[in-house]
Design a protein around this ligand. Structure first.
Ligand SMILES: *[C@@H]1O[C@H](CO)[C@@H](O)[C@H](O)[C@H]1NC(C)=O
Ligand SMILES: *[C@@H]1O[C@H](CO)[C@@H](O)[C@H](O)[C@H]1NC(C)=O
Ligand SMILES: *[C@@H]1O[C@H](CO)[C@@H](O)[C@H](O)[C@H]1NC(C)=O
Ligand SMILES: *[C@@H]1O[C@H](CO)[C@@H](O)[C@H](O)[C@H]1NC(C)=O
Ligand SMILES: *[C@@H]1O[C@H](CO)[C@@H](O)[C@H](O)[C@H]1NC(C)=O
Ligand SMILES: *[C@@H]1O[C@H](CO)[C@@H](O)[C@H](O)[C@H]1NC(C)=O
Ligand SMILES: *[C@@H]1O[C@H](CO)[C@@H](O)[C@H](O)[C@H]1NC(C)=O
Length: 587
């Protein structure tokens, strides 16, 4: 082989190493994963203080008792749920060689039940497992978080239920830890929404931001304006009736989860216009009304901010919404108000002149947002909005919360900086867009994103309330929502709950895998993170087989044939291309 030719081989060899073998670390032969494997029964998200011990207790499912000093439906119903979550393994037996934990005693120091969870709820708790177990919390919301932790500490060792003695003191880092869902681009069935609320509670998330309607459909059934969903929903099957909405709110309340609806305006409102076209701006083209220039504007779109009808309608509509949803906040949307349709309409131009706005359409947007937000304040609600109006200079109430959605993983910091230093409370969502798929899955990136990681004063950082994942439903419906959401959202959940120092993504990998298997055992179809298997909880096993949670899962491939099967077509193609290139250039 001539030296020059050999040199030209370096490129493909480099490609083999970087381009192809990059993924093989998932099979952990040459590049074993670096993290530490946690012992079984390790909680997710990691508690603030967790004192571990090697002393084991056994649990007898028949004798185990939950007791509480406070009478509250949230507590009674949580005991029922967690009884089946903790003892839902099959083929359990009790070993005689260890002390038995008799039960869990719950002490709520405020002795109050608490009607609805809120931004100011107290979620702190402490948990001591010694020869007896005590869960202490100030409020019932802390009890719910602590009971979840307790359920995660219990693990199944070949049919024997064990728990280590331990002592935990825990409090969330941020009070707002949300999961956003879009139910307009595709309708998400109620049972799937409920499963998602279950999974949120397993990860201590506490806000369901329900982006309930959009351009594509209007599934929310309004009693004041029933035509909105009669005309705007996909069909009579694709509805959220008042009963269904109340059911979701109650289901969430019992899990300490707030439900914040978003009725996005003035943009994203095409579905409102099917029943009430007069709400929308008539777009003009070629001197005619109601003509589209696609890519710029449709025939009719964006609420018409110049008509009193718009505000009268919204006033009645939001009055109903504020009564249906008990949370003190409503999300008012207000993102992506594109002005092309407004530009085109001569009546809007005339209104702009009358108001002295000249050609400044920001001022029109500001006029709209201030009028509508004022209406919400009059209804005794506070509001959350996407960042756009604040960026455009609208004055909104100083206790408003602004959701940052722009900038993606890499460029969100400047928005957090500018909006929080203007004095608004903020919630970060930009780095947690779960609808963008990557290979490998982006959970490490989700895990690395810290909402306080921007340049700003302490006062600005104190106004960061937390963050939320977003799942826009262009390509998501009931079939894939849960696998798309979990366990990716778990990565954000730990970032928002655990102390900032808990950030080693290698070690988190194995604990997250344990959490993924735990969710799978509890019936949430979460997608895999590692090779190997996850107890026997993947679909398709015989139902009567005892279901054992194995803690030793192979993460390497066992032999060459299983390795080859694990390599994707893309990687195989890459190997073939590189080999043929090598053969050609090195002949
Ligand atoms: C629980 O105890 C076992 C046996 O002593 C030990 O191997 C394991 O690391 C302990 N787990 C925790 C979470 O402390
Ligand atoms: C359990 O109680 C004993 C005796 O009070 C104490 O020494 C020990 O530290 C406790 N263990 C834990 C894990 O709290
Ligand atoms: C619209 O409402 C404003 C403020 O309430 C009022 O001054 C104005 O006269 C109304 N316009 C029409 C056409 O009703
Ligand atoms: C413009 O306003 C006039 C007077 O209110 C009304 O008759 C007309 O229908 C409006 N035109 C459009 C395109 O909205
Ligand atoms: C917010 O606005 C209210 C009413 O306008 C005012 O009383 C309060 O002092 C303001 N708070 C801050 C922190 O600026
Ligand atoms: C995972 O953690 C390592 C070490 O802190 C860091 O260099 C890397 O960027 C993280 N991965 C991602 C995708 O953020
Ligand atoms: C490779 O491992 C699989 C799974 O353990 C086994 O079924 C198969 O026979 C093995 N193949 C070889 C060539 O050893």
């Amino acid at each position: 082989m001539e030296p020059f030719k050999c040199h030209s081989c370096l490129v493909p060899i480099f490609l083999v190493i970087v381009g192809c073998h990059g993924y093989i670390n998932y099979l952990a032969i040459r590049l074993p994963l670096q993290g530490e494997r946690p012992p079984p029964g390790s909680p997710w998200p990691q508690p603030k203080q967790w004192q571990q011990s090697p002393d084991l207790l056994t649990i007898d499912p028949i004798k185990f008792q939950f007791t509480s000093d406070t009478d509250c439906d949230i507590i009674t119903k949580a005991f029922e749920r967690y009884h089946s979550l903790i003892f839902g393994y099959k083929g359990l037996w009790v070993a005689e060689d260890k002390p038995t934990l008799p039960g869990l005693e719950v002490v709520i120091s405020s002795k109050t039940c608490g009607k609805y969870p809120s931004l100011s709820m107290d979620e702190s708790y402490s948990l001591v497992i010694n020869n007896t177990a005590t869960l202490t919390a100030t409020e019932v919301w802390g009890f719910l978080r602590g009971l979840e932790t307790f359920s995660q500490l219990v693990y199944d060792n070949q049919g024997e239920l064990l728990i280590n003695k331990t002592s935990i003191t825990d409090v969330p880092r941020f009070p707002y830890r949300g999961s956003h869902l879009d139910t307009a681009r595709h309708y998400i069935p109620i049972p799937v929404l409920k499963q998602n609320l279950d999974a949120m509670s397993y990860n201590k998330l506490n806000v369901f931001h329900w982006h309930i309607v959009d351009d594509q459909s209007f599934p929310f059934v309004s009693k004041t304006f029933p035509k909105l969903s009669e005309k705007g929903a996909y069909s009579k099957l694709h509805l959220y009736t008042p009963e269904a909405v109340a059911d979701i709110i109650e289901y969430a309340r019992l899990r300490g989860i707030r439900v914040i609806p978003e009725f996005d305006t003035p943009g994203h409102t095409a579905s409102w216009g099917i029943a009430y076209q007069e709400l929308l701006t008539t777009c003009w083209a070629n001197g005619k009304p109601g003509v589209a220039i696609y890519n710029k504007h449709a025939e009719h779109e964006i609420l018409d901010p110049t008509k009193n009808f718009t505000y009268e309608f919204l006033g009645q509509f939001f009055k109903e919404v504020s009564e249906v949803f008990p949370d003190e906040y409503l999300h008012m949307g207000m993102d992506e108000g594109y002005y092309y349709c407004w530009f085109s309409n001569p009546n809007i131009t005339e209104f702009m002149t009358e108001q002295g706005f000249g050609k400044d359409y920001f001022k029109l947007e500001q006029y709209y947002s201030e009028r509508v937000l004022g209406m919400i304040s009059d209804l005794d609600k506070k509001y959350i909005i996407w960042q756009d109006p604040v960026e455009n200079g609208a004055q909104v109430r100083n206790d408003s919360i602004v959701t940052i959605w722009k900038g993606g993983y890499s460029d969100w910091r400047r928005y957090m900086e500018s909006v929080s230093s203007k004095g608004y409370y903020t919630i970060l969502s930009s780095c947690w867009y779960l609808n963008y798929l990557t290979y490998p899955p982006a959970w490490r990136q989700f895990y690395s994103c810290d909402p306080l990681d921007f340049t700003g004063s302490q006062a600005a950082k104190d106004r960061v309330l937390g963050g939320q994942t977003c799942l826009w439903a262009e390509f998501v419906d009931g079939t894939n929502l849960l696998t798309r959401m979990w366990p990716s959202a778990s990565a954000a959940a730990e970032r928002l709950w655990s102390p900032a120092e808990v950030r080693d993504n290698d070690t988190a990998y194995f604990r997250l895998d344990q959490q993924r298997c735990r969710m799978l055992r509890r019936g949430i179809p979460t997608e895999p993170l590692l090779g190997g298997y996850c107890g026997d909880y993947e679909w398709g096993f015989e139902k009567d087989e005892p279901q054992l949670e194995s803690t030793e899962r192979p993460t390497t491939c066992i032999n060459t044939s299983t390795c080859l099967l694990s390599i994707s077509h893309y990687q195989l193609l890459c190997v073939v291309l590189v080999l043929s290139y090598l053969l050609n250039s090195c002949k």
